[in-house]
Write a protein that binds this ligand. Structure first.
Ligand code: PGA
Length: 260
């Protein structure tokens, strides 16, 4: 794992945007794995700006979103479809037919999940997977005790995750109980994982994921087994890391060719 600590979420999101942009420039047909939530908003804002100001070209890019609520039509204001159009897709030049988000309205969830996995494979696999982390250590909606080798499937949300989502729905009762999410095995197949975490409320989950044992109780800890997992944190999210001084030292002494 590479752990990069930035002074604040603005700088962290700029760095993350540079990493994504580098991938898209080097590989115009890159496959991006996308996340929703509060955390990647600034990253997406930066990508929209790079598209507008420097012509960062997404016309050949394919994307796969991590998850969607079961039972929400794409046009629902709290769906991840709506989120993605509001925060990224309406501001860049991705081709509509190359945008993939799980269908929360499907009538055959197992078949739709198999099809989603197949579509990721057919696209050549995910080059860079953007991730947030839940306070309970989830990535995507792989809640604690998720199989570390799980694939895209239906999951039942924990109370904690439903409470965290309550803001977007007006109340906890209105938050769907089920989601379709890429699995931990699906995420681990990506060539690079880029996890962002900001704020003190993420500090405990980040420390367990990075420095604790690999365990299904902290799904993000599986990233310790990934050959190229980068955690980009602000100071608050990094505040419980035991080895923070070492991660800072590593970042400061990177050879030029390794810098982002
Ligand atoms: P957040 O969610 O970015 O809204 O904090 C992260 C997550 O639950 O994965």
């Amino acid at each position: 794992m590479e752990i990069i600590i930035q002074s604040d979420s603005r700088r962290a999101s700029e760095l993350a945007a540079r990493i994504v942009a580098q991938t898209v420039i080097e590989k115009p047909h890159a496959v991006l794995g996308l996340a929703t939530g509060n955390t990647p908003r600034q990253l997406y804002r930066n990508l929209v700006r790079m598209h507008r100001e420097s012509g960062l070209d997404f016309s050949g890019v394919t994307s796969f979103n991590l998850d969607e609520y079961v039972g929400l039509p794409p046009a629902h204001p709290s769906s991840f479809h709506s989120y993605m159009w509001a925060h990224l897709f309406s501001g860049i030049n991705m081709a509509k037919e190359r945008i993939n988000i799980p269908d929360g309205m499907t009538t055959d969830i197992p078949a739709a999940c198999r099809k989603y996995e197949q579509a990721v494979r057919s696209a050549g696999g995910v080059d860079i997977q953007i991730l947030g982390i839940g306070t309970n250590g989830h990535i995507g909606f792989n809640e604690p005790t998720s199989s570390l080798s799980s694939r895209t499937r239906i999951k039942t949300l924990t109370d904690e995750s439903r409470l965290e989502a309550a803001g977007a729905f007006g109340s906890e009762d209105a938050v769907p109980k089920h989601v379709i999410t890429m699995g931990l095995g699906t995420i681990m197949d990506s060539r690079m994982c880029l996890l962002l975490a900001f704020g003190r409320k993420k500090a405990a989950a980040v420390a367990l994921a990075a420095e604790g044992p690999v365990t299904a109780m902290v799904p993000a800890s599986i990233l310790q087994m990934h050959p190229r997992a980068i955690l980009v944190l602000d100071e608050d999210a990094a505040s419980s890391l035991k080895m923070a001084h070492y991660y800072r030292w590593v970042s400061e002494h990177k050879p030029d060719w390794q810098k982002y």
